[in-house]
Design a protein around this ligand. Structure first.
Ligand SMILES: Nc1ncnc2c1ncn2[C@@H]1O[C@H](COP(=O)(O)OP(=O)(O)OP(=O)(O)O)[C@@H](O)[C@H]1O
Ligand SMILES: [Mg+2]
Length: 308
């Protein structure tokens, strides 16, 4: 699912937070958004994830403009296509790890035993099988974030948007979480990560730098070809394998390699997320346990379907 922002502006009264942002995130990309505090990163990510609306400009998902869609429809799109990971985890303190993850499937109407079964598998994929019954208060920060990642991906979204996912973690836990996001990307999911961690950002194939509401640097801005529907044929500009950059971010002249796509997800049997392609049969709610966020992404009763 291509995510496209065109001339996006966000204002709060007199304060302009985003200024005419043009950004295209292609299927299968792994993208870091960096910039100083207050530069507009979270605002940008929330607009990308349809949690917030721009004051001006347009946001399109899979070629469909979502800017003026009603909230109920947006909630449905989020539920089926987008997973969120937040710095503060937003887990429900009253629920076990497995039940926290299972809330990510509430939208589906799936029976509870099946939701828990799926949740347990997602927890296994983030290495948390040994803590399924623990509540957040009984888990470390890194473990909480792994549970939150499992919740974000249990519905097999096309895109995962992570806002400072390592921000509350020590370096070792942060590295583990970053590794999980990379594995997730290698399994075919588009991943966008806001980070203050320069070392983490440096491992990402694409880095977008924001200052004062403007993109001042994008090391892999799509060319005009992207807008003409040749996204899937674009050569990969950078790849990471085993946590290492194996290409330097420049276009691969003459040796195009397949980009992860919805039709051909990369499946790595040796990876935690192997087999979790974003060409999944079902799309479900990436829940958050923050009451405000729950309201913001509240599922709609509409029947299931894909973005037309
Ligand atoms: N609801 C709001 N009303 C008014 N101003 C807001 C609102 N939300 C954000 N802002 C302002 O918009 C600017 C950008 O905020 P944003 O949260 O996007 O920054 P950020 O780059 O994510 O910063 P940080 O790295 O500290 O998380 C800030 O100056 C902030 O004060
Ligand atoms: Mg922020």
């Amino acid at each position: 699912m291509t995510l496209e922002l065109h001339q996006v502006t966000k204002k709060y009264g007199e304060l302009t937070v985003l200024r005419k942002i043009d950004l295209i995130v292609r299927p299968g990309e792994l993208l870091a958004i960096v910039g100083p505090s207050g530069s507009g990163k979270t605002t940008l990510l929330q607009i990308m994830g349809t949690l917030d609306k721009p004051t001006g400009g347009t946001v399109s998902l899979a070629g469909q403009e979502v800017t003026s869609m009603p909230d109920e429809r947006l909630a449905e799109i989020r539920a089926r296509h987008i997973g969120f990971v937040f710095q503060q985890f937003f887990l429900n303190p009253m629920l076990s790890a497995v039940d926290n993850v299972a809330t990510g499937l509430l939208y589906t109407g799936m029976p509870r035993p099946e939701r828990r079964e799926r949740a347990a598998k997602a927890l296994a994929q983030v290495g948390m099988s040994h803590r399924t019954k623990h509540r957040p208060g009984q888990l470390s920060g890194g473990e909480c974030q792994r549970v939150a990642i499992a919740r974000a991906v249990v519905g097999r979204p096309d895109v995962v948007l992570a806002d400072e996912p390592t921000g509350n973690l020590d370096s070792q836990s942060g590295a583990a979480v970053a590794g999980l996001l990379r594995e997730l990307n290698e399994s075919g999911t588009t991943v966008v990560v806001i980070t203050h961690d320069d070392r983490l950002a440096a491992t990402m194939p694409r880095m977008v730098r924001i200052e004062d509401g403007e993109i001042i640097h994008d090391n892999q801005a799509p060319t005009g070809a992207v807008r003409t529907g040749r996204i899937q044929d674009e050569p990969i500009a950078a790849r990471i394998e085993g946590g290492e950059i194996i290409h330097d971010g420049q276009p691969l002249a003459g040796s195009p390699r397949p980009r992860p796509s919805q039709s051909e997800p990369i499946v790595r049997e040796d990876r935690p997320f192997a087999g979790m392609s974003h060409a999944a049969q079902t799309r479900e709610e990436p829940a958050s346990c923050d009451p405000a966020a729950i309201n913001a992404i509240a599922p709609s009763p509409s029947p299931k379907g894909v973005i037309p």
